[in-house]
Design a protein around this ligand. Structure first.
Ligand code: BG6
Length: 459
């Protein structure tokens, strides 16, 4: 029997995430030889498939083309009942036969939160992953818990069986090209490095807007909502990277140490909180009658560090909005000379565009060419995708690659998760105690004008 350099075992192989994100990412990594020929992918599922019929099923489910032929030589389907310890023991025998002392083994739990603890326990008790084995890792998808208490319970369980070094908690936004670029833009450019503080920055907007509704995820989404689904993870991660202090180094632990400090100093302005639910949500299949789950959230937050004290951070995310756009906008203060121009002028804005098009742009005041005395706002625009050779990697390609190499920078550490849940729990409690109204919205415009009236900020 051949042994492999890397064995990646995916639990939840018939799920949406595996089919839409993980397999296409793996296919690309294999094609580009970033995963070598001695890679084995084990797709674990409860249904009765062969390797071939599993890939046929994947092909049928996928809306985008996938070269399943390229995957087939590397893929094994393994039938397993997640509650049967014997099946895990059999899986271990299967893997042991195909590995030697150098094989890196990664277990990826692409399953719903309700299965997470059960599978992790089985992986631990069957010794698929042993604490001392630095070549094994275990990866968890978000949501990591549904509040602070449940996250702590999951984490306690994980620490019983695994070492923190072996645990990978995914936030797929961290794998996105422009999120990885935040630190370069901030710290490798003098003009931004020296301007990154409350003397120069007026406000920061962090938006993740979606046109999609909840699609077929009612079961999960109705118990979650925008705060837990998007803010706890993606938005707070972006905020941490924007607001963190200079790290001692750009190594994983040093970066996380600084991100955590931001979360400790984070507070929000309760009066600015707006929550909404798109019109029609109640009629989606499998939604609890009278559900109060928010599909939109906006609030103003502050990071009480000397660097950012007093600078508002506007966070907003929602479903069924007018466009798909994830963006961070840093707005700078007026210059001390602007008032003398006696002309309408603009503030500089730095746009870090995360999706759908990756890029950076910076707006400047520039004289309108010609004899009239006028100034216009011009845009220095850099489109990352336009200049990249070939397709830009998807977030999951980067994350899977890092996982198999045991590189942890782009994965979240427990204390980041703990602090972000603490924050979200507080907001949730306020929604309940202060009876923050849930606004039913037909269009994003209704919400934006409400927020503008409340905050005086143009969104
Ligand atoms: C996921 C959320 O984490 O992120 C989804 O669970 C959301 O509800 C998605 O649609 C958005 O990610 P992206 O990469 O499309 O911006």
């Amino acid at each position: 029997q051949n042994t492999y350099n890397t064995i990646l075992t995916i639990f939840g192989s018939t799920g949406d995430l595996t089919i839409r994100k993980l397999l296409p990412a793996i296919e690309k990594l294999l094609k580009e030889k970033l995963l070598d020929d001695k890679t084995l992918i084990i797709a674990v599922g409860r249904r009765d498939y062969t390797d071939h019929t599993y890939l046929q099923f994947v092909e049928k489910e996928l809306k985008v083309p996938l070269d399943t032929k390229a995957l087939e030589p590397y893929l094994n389907y393994f039938k397993l009942n997640v509650e049967a310890i014997d099946d895990y023991v059999a899986l271990k025998a299967f893997i042991d036969e195909r590995s030697d002392e150098n094989t890196r083994k990664a277990y990826y739990l692409a399953v719903g939160p309700e299965l997470l603890k059960g599978i992790a326990t089985m992986i631990g008790t069957s010794k698929l992953v042993e604490k001392e084995d630095i070549r094994s890792s275990i990866t968890f998808e978000k949501p990591f818990g549904s509040d602070l208490e449940s996250a702590q319970a999951i984490n306690q369980l994980l620490w019983t069986y695994f070492d923190e070094k072996q645990i990978y908690r995914i936030d797929h936004y961290l794998g996105k090209e422009m999120i990885q670029n935040i630190l370069t833009v901030r710290f490798a450019n003098k003009i931004f490095e020296s301007a990154w503080n409350n003397h120069t920055i007026k406000n920061v907007k962090i938006y993740a807007k979606e046109t999609d509704t909840i699609l077929s995820r009612a079961g999960y989404y109705d118990t979650s909502g925008a705060l837990k689904d998007m803010v706890q993870s993606h938005l707070l991660q972006m905020l941490s990277l924007i607001a963190m202090e200079v790290p001692r180094s750009y190594q994983s632990e040093d970066l996380k140490n600084e991100k955590v400090e931001v979360l400790k100093k984070l507070r929000y302005d309760r009066k600015s909180l707006v929550i909404g639910q798109y019109d029609g949500y109640q009629n989606e299949p499998n939604i609890t009658k009278g559900s109060k789950t928010e599909t939109f959230v906006f609030f103003k937050a502050f990071v009480d560090t000397p660097r950012f004290k007093g600078v508002p951070f506007y966070l907003m995310t929602g479903k069924a909005l007018e466009q798909k756009e994830s963006v961070i906008i840093i707005e700078f203060e007026e210059t001390s000379e602007q008032h003398k121009f006696d002309l309408p002028l603009f503030t500089n804005k730095l746009y870090i565009k995360i999706a759908p098009l990756d890029g950076i742009s910076l707006t400047l005041n520039s004289k309108v060419p010609g004899l009239r005395n006028a100034v216009e706002e011009v845009d220095l625009d850099y489109c990352v995708a336009c200049n990249a050779v070939g397709n830009l990697p998807e977030a999951y390609e980067k994350l899977i690659l890092d996982m198999t190499k045991h590189s942890k920078s782009l994965f979240t550490r427990w204390d980041e998760i703990e602090l972000s849940w603490q924050f979200i729990d507080q907001v949730k409690q306020d929604i309940q105690n202060k009876q923050i109204p849930l606004r039913i919205y037909k269009s994003a415009e209704e919400l934006y004008s409400l927020i503008e009236t409340m905050t005086g900020e143009k969104l």
